[in-house]
Design a protein around this ligand. Structure first.
Ligand code: HEC
Length: 486
């Protein structure tokens, strides 16, 4: 595939205004303009890292690591920090944009999903999905949870309206959206639907206030339209184009055939993902006329735009890639390989000097080598069969590890059958979380079932399956972890 580099991406330059006081000569010359650049922040829902893409080259220029099952992401308006929700620790993780290190973990009132930030950067709003449901309000100066606004049901996504006046929370379980006043931090109104509320986006009036909300719903391949002023659904629901059944993906839709949408920054188009079709679709605004569709990777789940509205970045959860789509020519420019099951993707504006620091700290070669270290084919042929193999006197791995446990394999297929490609891919993701790439002796997958006197852990609730590291099964997994290819 040829890589075309977007030409029209503007570098944003913010001039420094020097206040000159009459009669007093300035002590210093005006400092140079602080140039800033857009960065596409790509989360990886089944990974432990977040990729930072420079849209002027469409390459990964930085990586935040050490946040397992990262969910939502947003950034400070001045580009000084990233805020990432952490589903394992139930925290809002604050990342220093210069060092890409986690500086704070703010405890939340429950398990978080998505996150939004007010335009002034002072407040971060976290969707709390665990019952009874809330929007947690974090003060970014004190780094504390200052309020939990109760909602009718767990919240999957929080959004801030473009004028930053309202926080809007969508609930799947409660089948509603709740509008919260960003000033008083009180719920203003709730609108109920006949299905769970999924992602949404906003259209504005000429004065910047909110005009309509486009709402994706559970099990609906399209979107509903809400008049914000009238607080009710208007017009008919719009269905996305249908593809012949043979071209549809109907597995693992998670109740959401169309998930992820956005209005271009210039307000002229609405773009939506179709997981069923592996497409993104565009509608013109305000007339909502169908413009066209672009085939992307599998299970597109979320999207964001370059600030000039020219490109839409689409997270392909099923292809472990981010598609770059030209909003004018309706062509996919390139697919950028990223981490495991990429979902939320957002646009941040970051100082140029910050990005230059990442290049020095995280050369591209290191990034690509860790990403490529674990080979999928080798896993499929040599590693995965070990999980179903019967050993004398021991239960098979899969019987315990297809339920409840952290090392969760896909359910065992009926007698004789083997896991299908999608299940194999999921097993690969599960197994890779149990290993330290390149280091078999630090990998739980090898330590727990190995006898203690051979170097294994003292206890594995599933027993000891290998008496020594010379066991061919242990060796096969170790080879995979060291990064061998077939
Ligand atoms: C009799 C049931 C059983 C069998 C059989 C079994 N395990 Fe386990 N295993 C467990 C339990 C229970 C735990 C701890 C709970 C958890 O995983 O969260 C565990 C933990 C693990 C973990 C660590 C998960 C973590 O939290 O980091 C790994 C890796 C693992 N087992 C691998 C294996 C492998 C590989 C096999 C087969 C060679 C195997 N297990 C066989 C029950 C079993």
């Amino acid at each position: 595939m040829t890589v075309r580099t977007p030409r029209s991406l503007r570098r944003l330059a913010v001039g420094v205004v020097i206040a000159s006081v009459a009669g007093v000569a300035p002590l210093a010359l005006p400092s140079p303009a602080h140039a800033q650049t857009p960065i596409i922040v790509q989360t990886n829902a089944a990974g432990d890292n977040i990729h930072l893409i420079d849209p002027s080259t469409n390459t990964i220029v930085g990586e935040i690591s050490g946040i397992e099952v990262n969910h939502g992401a947003t950034s400070a308006p001045d580009g000084s920090r990233f805020y990432i929700t952490n589903e394992v620790d139930h925290t809002l993780d604050v990342v220093d944009a210069r060092t890409l290190e986690i500086t704070h973990q703010v405890p939340l009132s429950g398990r978080p999903n998505n996150v939004a930030i007010r335009a002034d950067g002072r407040r971060v709003y976290v969707a709390i999905v665990s019952a009874p449901g809330a929007v947690d309000v974090i003060d970014t100066r004190s780094m504390e949870l200052v309020k939990s606004v109760r909602t009718a049901g767990g919240v999957h996504n929080t959004f801030i309206t473009p004028d930053s006046k309202h926080v809007v929370a969508g609930s799947i379980a409660g089948r509603n959206l709740t509008v919260i006043d960003a000033e008083t931090e009180e719920a203003l109104w709730t609108l109920f639907f006949d299905a769970g509320v999924r992602p949404l986006s906003f259209e504005t009036n000429p004065n910047g206030s909110t005009r309509r909300v486009f709402v994706q719903l559970s099990d609906f391949h399209g979107f509903a339209i809400v008049d914000f002023e009238e607080r009710r659904e208007v017009g008919g629901r719009i269905e996305l184009p249908e593809l012949p059944e043979a071209e549809q993906h109907t597995e693992f839709l998670q109740g959401s055939p169309s998930h992820g949408q956005g209005v271009t920054p210039d307000g002229t188009m609405l773009w939506l993902c179709s997981k069923v079709n592996s497409y993104v679709y565009a509608y013109s605004l305000p007339d909502l006329k169908y413009v066209g569709g672009v085939h992307v990777g599998s299970h597109p789940d979320w999207l964001t735009f370059s600030p000039d509205s020219r490109y839409v970045y689409v997270a392909n959860a099923g292809s472990n890639s981010t598609s770059v789509v030209d909003t004018q020519t309706l062509e996919e420019v390139v697919q950028i390989p990223v981490g495991q099951v990429p979902k939320r993707v957002v646009t941040a504006i970051v100082p140029d000097v910050t990005v230059a620091g990442w290049n020095a700290a995280a050369p591209g070669s290191r990034l690509s080598s860790t990403r490529d270290a674990l080979d999928f084919d080798f896993f499929q042929k040599e590693v995965q069969p070990i999980f179903v193999r019967k050993r004398e006197g021991a239960a098979r791995c899969v019987v315990c590890h297809s339920t409840r446990t952290a090392f969760r394999l896909q359910p065992l297929p009926p007698e004789g059958a083997t896991w299908n490609p999608e299940q194999t891919r999921r097993n690969f993701q599960t197994a890779r979380r149990m290993v330290a790439p390149g280091d078999p002796d630090a990998s739980r997958l090898l330590l727990l079932p190995l006898a203690e006197d051979a170097g294994g852990n003292s206890f594995h609730p599933g027993g000891k399956h290998w008496t020594s590291k010379t066991d061919p099964e242990w060796q096969a997994i170790a080879t995979w972890i060291r990064g061998s290819r077939h």
